[in-house]
Design a protein around this ligand. Structure first.
Ligand code: AQP
Length: 328
């Protein structure tokens, strides 16, 4: 049994990108491994936040974890800010991270582009992410394609620590699905689908009304070829819709291509919308039940207790190795 850790930022409404790239894998992995799934609220404040929105989105992500099928008895679900060891190890690892490494992070470049004042937190975000993972000595980190560069840096930081202070950290491996590792925007297939995109038509939110989802999919960009074929280099929009279809319906890309052979995009898009709605409707019903009963609060409390126990052991050992005096 391996140890698995991952998280999602409460920085907006979760999208089908988050579902396919992350949550769907979390649900699978909980049956095979010891899992820790966080809501990374400390990461969400690396860009300016509205306090009320942050609170609501944090609860929403936690409830969606449960609604999507993560069992809080099997996996620890917790809020990053309720496990203070993350911030502390984050600082320690920041001192082991080089400016040049952080400057190379494409997510930092994307999120800071064109902004006048960019917070230092956005810059050092990858050191905190390294702390998130290394606190649990996680073997496997299920993330979408967009997070691979951060994970690579985590590996470098872990190796650097091990080299300077003696072998301690597990160097984590990533776990990314082949198809769907990067779900793209509905309006621009060169950009990933992102919950913080100001254009709501660019993403399918898990809490979107099914009528809205149908509309968004019917308006999704395609091409003029009218052939349902997976070819990301030449048909990025249609390939993206095929990936979403494949995950929503549990069908292979080849099966879907065969189903729509000789047809225009209309029937394909219509069925895709139905598949997504069929996936989302029960999830939404369960979500509203969780929010109504508040069962996620109990799960978060238990999750944080379990996470703190593991995290404190790691933090003590890291501090001892780095030369800090521990309380006696
Ligand atoms: N479009 C995507 N396709 C596949 N996987 C994705 N993920 C995010 N977008 C896609 C995966 O979801 C997990 C959580 O991501 P995050 O919230 O930590 O931050 P992110 O990667 O920056 O996701 P967003 O939705 O784009 O958030 P914002 O807009 O706030 O930056 C990760 O495993 C990620 O790979």
């Amino acid at each position: 049994m391996k140890r698995v850790l991952s998280g999602i930022q409460p920085s907006g409404q979760l999208t089908m990108g988050n579902y396919i790239g992350a949550i769907q894998n979390f649900v699978k992995l909980q049956h095979e491994h010891e899992c820790f799934f966080m809501v990374v609220d400390l990461h969400a404040i690396t860009v300016p936040q509205d306090p009320e929105a942050l609170r609501e989105q944090t609860e929403s992500v936690a409830a969606l974890y449960i609604a999507a099928g993560i069992d809080p008895v099997k996996a620890a679900i917790f809020l990053q800010s309720q496990v203070p060891q993350h911030a502390e190890l984050g600082w320690l690892l920041t001192t082991l991270t080089y400016m040049g490494e952080l400057e190379r992070m494409t997510q930092f470049k994307d999120k800071s582009e064109g902004k006048e004042s960019v917070g230092a937190g956005l810059f050092v975000y990858p050191s905190l992410m390294a702390a998130d993972i290394l606190l649990y000595n996680a073997d496997l980190v299920p993330v979408g394609d967009d997070q691979k560069q951060h994970l690579e840096l985590t590996r470098d930081i872990a190796n650097r620590f091990n080299h300077r202070f003696g072998d301690y950290f597990t160097v984590p491996a990533n776990y990314t699905p082949e198809v769907g590792a990067r779900i793209m925007s509905l309006d621009d297939a060169s950009k990933k689908m992102s919950k913080s995109n100001p254009n709501a038509g660019s993403y399918i939110a898990l809490l979107d009304d099914p009528a809205v989802i149908r509309k968004k999919i019917s308006r999704a960009k395609t091409d003029s070829e009218a052939v349902v074929k997976y070819d990301p280099a030449n048909k990025p929009e249609v390939s993206n819709l095929l990936s979403i279809y494949s995950h929503a319906a549990g069908m292979s890309i080849a099966e879907i291509e065969a189903k729509y052979e000789g047809q225009m995009y209309g029937p394909f898009k219509k069925d895709l919308a139905e598949q997504v709605a069929a996936l989302i409707e029960p999830l939404q019903a369960r979500y509203h039940e969780v929010r109504r009963t508040g069962e996620h609060h109990d799960a978060l409390r238990r999750g944080a207790e379990r996470a703190c126990e593991v995290a404190q052991k790691t933090l003590d050992e890291v501090k001892r190795r780095m030369g800090f005096v521990l309380p006696r």
